[in-house]
Design a protein around this ligand. Structure first.
Ligand SMILES: [Mg+2]
Length: 283
């Protein structure tokens, strides 16, 4: 995998932090954002940082160009297009190892699906983006979900999230499946992984059973899934503050404090609560 990446991967990663962008890594109080972004830069030799987003690569590039004032650096890897694209975080060049199999599953589908999607009430006339998926703005009030189920017979999954986005994805491809493929290539133990997100397109990551943190202000339909997600912790805080709370909860406190973290020390409810109550702060 390193051969296909410009970003240098840590030789012995102590954590793989997989963060959604909107409502997650790009959210929360500015002091917490600044602190987390700086920490990610400082510990870059110990942590593999992965963006996992519904945005396309062009949009990820715009985020990276806009955020340096708060100190957000490029991650090692980017999963974009809700799992349909994988790229080097530094160069934003595609990773053929991960993308080629998804491309093969997608071939021929857009030609078949575009005319049908154009007829579904509530779906915008043109897709917003079309890299190994079709992404649309939708009016959920007007949307007939039974028509989406019919579409799925063609070998796709239809995912409505955020109350206004529709993603038509190659069947079985999502943020969770693509992350699991990446982790297999990275050969990282599952207990060293933490995912974070806030909307229904993050559900597939939470369903992997990897330690996960759901943001405080998550999409209600995602929160409703919590009872069947035993490895997912719902933070009391939002955005970057919620991510830090989740890292404490899952035993990564030593890593947060810059100390060696041979293995995560297990859930720490008290520290997470202290953080949520504001007893611990950042400057
Ligand atoms: Mg989000």
């Amino acid at each position: 995998m390193q051969a296909q990446l410009a970003a240098q991967l840590p030789a012995h990663p102590e954590l793989v932090l997989v963060t959604d962008l909107d409502g997650t890594l790009l959210a929360g109080p500015s002091p917490w954002r600044r602190w987390l972004y700086r920490w990610l830069v400082r510990e870059r030799h110990r942590i593999i940082h992965v963006f996992s987003t519904g945005r396309d690569l062009r949009s990820v590039a715009r985020v990276l160009a806009a955020e340096p004032e708060l100190g957000l650096a490029a991650p090692h890897l980017v999963i974009s297009d809700v799992g349909c694209t994988v790229a080097c975080g530094l160069s934003l060049e595609l990773l053929p190892l991960a993308v080629d199999p998804i491309e093969a599953r997608w071939r021929g589908l857009p030609e078949r699906l575009l005319p049908q999607l154009a007829l579904i009430p509530g779906v915008a006339s043109q897709p917003v983006t079309a890299d190994r998926r079709l992404a649309y703005d939708v009016d959920v009030e007007a949307l007939d979900c039974s028509l989406l189920r019919e579409l799925e017979a063609h070998g796709v999954d239809c995912l409505v999230s955020g109350g206004r986005y529709l993603d038509v994805l190659p069947a079985g491809v999502n943020k969770g499946s693509t992350l699991m493929a990446l982790l297999a290539w990275l050969e990282v133990a599952p207990e060293r992984v933490l995912t974070a997100g806030d909307s229904l397109n993050d559900l597939a990551m939470f369903e992997t059973g990897l330690a996960s943190v759901m943001m405080a202000a998550s999409e209600p339909e995602l929160v409703a899934q919590l009872p069947r997600l035993p490895a997912t912790y719902q933070a009391r805080a939002e955005g970057c503050q919620g991510i830090v709370e989740g890292l404490h909860h899952f035993g990564f406190t030593a890593l947060l404090e810059g100390r060696p973290c041979d293995r995560p020390s297990g859930p720490s409810q008290s520290l997470a609560q202290e953080l949520a109550s504001g007893a611990r702060g950042v400057r």
